[in-house]
Ligand binder design. Structure first.
Ligand code: FNR
Length: 381
């Protein structure tokens, strides 16, 4: 079976044993009710359940994208521009999902992307997400726009690795203070999000006249009365500066070009994160699935590359790994998980995607997420 450092997060039957759905007989005592186990992850049904629980304008805030939502609409299909090329007769009996992200060990290469205002989705907010991510052995990136203070989220499941995502929306002094405090609180990396020089226009929010609830906890906002001007627009020079302030490796999130990725790494970034911000910033931009190879070619010898945007299945994840990503992140699936069942819902989403990834890898003759060859995928015709 699997060696000790191997981390298949799937039940044995997923890799081919008896008892799997479609393989067992009705008399089999291992029969289970569908719908709860990782292999029955149904993200469409999960989103429907979340929508039924949330006020419609809040659900729209989470689901929506910018302008005509072209980027949002294309994100998931873009992963299917690629098709898998399975290897046969490779004797894969266990799949290792564990990997290392900037030196932090995780049990799955699927992490939780930073997303704002989590207490609006579930009373447990970011701390619920942190518990869910820890249960799944996944890394969590925590937003500047969190509803819980950064130190409180860091103190939730402190052994489970977390990164702090930095926005420019506050004064220079407050932004620098957040970077410093992130380092002191135990975050393992700082993630400046650079695709938000200004806010995208999210037309669902305009149509709904959406406003945040007055009683939403302020999280990392400055104390009342101390709000200064926004920080000046960031440049490549800020990458090194934030690294020094926080004493953390810097992951630049929101890169969509190889030349930008190379400049980030030259400026001191330890990693770049390919992202369209879930289609919420510029619209009609290139899909993450299409630009990932260009970014990997530009920097992967010197820096880790992560990707998010429309990742909804294990085979999307495997495609991203084949194209050179070290890890992927999910936004909305984690939102729907938290909204429906708090920490358990987040863990179920991560476990379900991880199970699909392991299953697809076994079918493709691959045993280790750390070594998925590029020729595992080919452009679909
Ligand atoms: C986001 N995203 C985001 N990114 C970031 O760097 N800081 C943030 O606070 C937020 N907030 C946020 C809120 C909501 C409601 C969404 C949907 C997204 C972007 C997020 O980190 C990630 O890039 C995308 O969500 C990934 O795409 P999918 O998985 O949602 O398709």
């Amino acid at each position: 079976m699997a060696p000790a450092d191997s981390t298949p997060t799937v039940p044995g039957q997923w890799l081919g044993g008896p008892g799997a759905p479609g393989q067992r007989r009705t008399s089999d005592p291992s029969s289970r009710a569908p719908g709860r186990s990782p292999e029955h992850l149904d993200l469409t049904a999960l989103e429907d359940r979340a929508r039924a629980l949330l006020p419609p304008a809040v659900a729209d805030f989470y689901a929506g994208g910018a302008e005509s939502e072209v980027t949002l609409g294309e994100a998931t299909d873009a992963w299917l521009s690629w098709r898998l090329r399975p290897r046969v007769l490779r004797g894969v009996s266990a799949v290792r999902l564990g990997t290392s992200l900037l030196g932090s060990d995780v049990r799955t290469p699927i992490g939780v992307a930073p997303w704002a205002y989590q207490a609006m989705a579930h009373p447990d907010g970011e701390q619920g997400s942190a518990r869910g991510a820890a249960a799944a052995g996944a890394l969590m990136a925590v937003s500047t726009s969190a509803t819980a203070p950064l130190a409180d989220v860091a103190a939730t499941e402190p052994a489970s690795p977390k990164w702090f995502q930095l926005y420019r929306q506050h004064s220079p002094a407050h932004t620098d203070d957040l970077a410093r405090r992130a380092g002191q609180a135990g975050y393992r990396a700082l993630v400046p999000t650079v695709d938000l020089p200004i806010f995208g226009r999210r037309l669902r929010d305009v149509a709904n006249d959406f406003a945040l609830p007055a009683d939403l906890p302020p999280g990392n906002a400055p104390a009342p009365g101390t709000v200064g001007a926004d920080s000046p627009l960031w440049t490549f020079d800020d990458i090194g500066r934030f690294g020094e302030l926080s004493e953390l490796p810097v992951v630049v999130k929101g890169v969509l070009r190889g030349d930008d990725a190379a400049r980030c790494v030259q400026a001191g970034a330890a990693a770049v994160w390919v992202s369209t911000h879930g289609g919420r910033q510029a619209d009609a931009v290139v899909a993450s699935a299409h630009v990932l190879p260009e970014v990997v070619d530009a920097v992967a010898d010197e820096a880790e590359v992560y990707v998010d945007g429309g990742i909804r299945t294990g085979w999307h994840v495997l495609t991203a790994l084949a194209l050179g990503a070290t890890a992927v992140f999910v936004g909305r699936p984690a939102i729907w998980g938290l909204a429906t069942e708090g920490a358990a819902g987040v863990a179920a989403v991560l476990d379900g995607l991880s199970a699909q990834l392991a299953h697809t890898m076994a079918l493709c003759g691959l045993s280790d997420v750390r070594s998925v060859p590029r020729d595992t995928v080919i452009l679909a015709r």
